[in-house]
Design a protein. Structure first.
Length: 167
């Protein structure tokens, strides 16, 4: 859809060759706790390594959507925040360093490069979404139409237990 195209276009504006992942990852015990470790069919890769991770969870009447694009640093530090035994953590660090990368690594630039500065990447993402969705995006308050549409979505989807509880 437009969102994935916007993300790819945004990353592409940074000089990266961003593609969709081949294959997919199912839900279950073999799926990693680290969202950027193994690419799914809807996520973005740089070569064979996962660049952008995302996840969605629907529980107890709420939906949590999350996405991450690691810009710089040691991607294996993600393992440090998980409650894992030492052996599992060591194994996951090795797997993660082979399967995922930061934007700086994908672009082969140093971590302090302007190409991977937050403001630069955010502007590229805005331009990429605008291009992919054929929109002009600008900061500002919601328009009256956007306020009406959000109220409608709350009423017809996001405020509905049946919609929020579907898998």
């Amino acid at each position: 859809g437009g969102g994935g195209e916007g993300l790819r276009a945004g990353v592409g504006r940074r000089g990266g060759a961003a593609g969709g992942a081949a294959g997919g990852v199912g839900g279950g015990p073999d799926v990693s706790a680290v969202c950027v470790e193994v690419p799914s069919a809807y996520e973005i890769t740089a070569g064979t390594r996962k660049l952008m991770g995302s996840a969605q969870s629907r529980r107890a009447g709420y939906v949590l959507q999350h996405g991450s694009l690691p810009l710089v640093g040691d991607i294996t530090r993600l393992i440090d925040v998980l409650a894992l035994d030492a052996e599992t953590a060591t194994r996951l660090r090795a797997e993660l360093s082979e399967r995922a990368c930061t934007l700086a690594q994908a672009l082969a630039v140093p971590d302090d490069s302007e190409q991977v500065a937050f403001e630069t990447v955010a502007a590229a993402m805005q331009a990429g979404f605008g291009e992919a969705l054929r929109l002009t995006l600008a900061p500002g308050p919601l328009t009256p139409g956007e306020v009406r549409r959000s109220a409608e979505l709350i009423r017809t989807q996001f405020g509905s237990d049946s919609w929020n509880r579907q898998k």
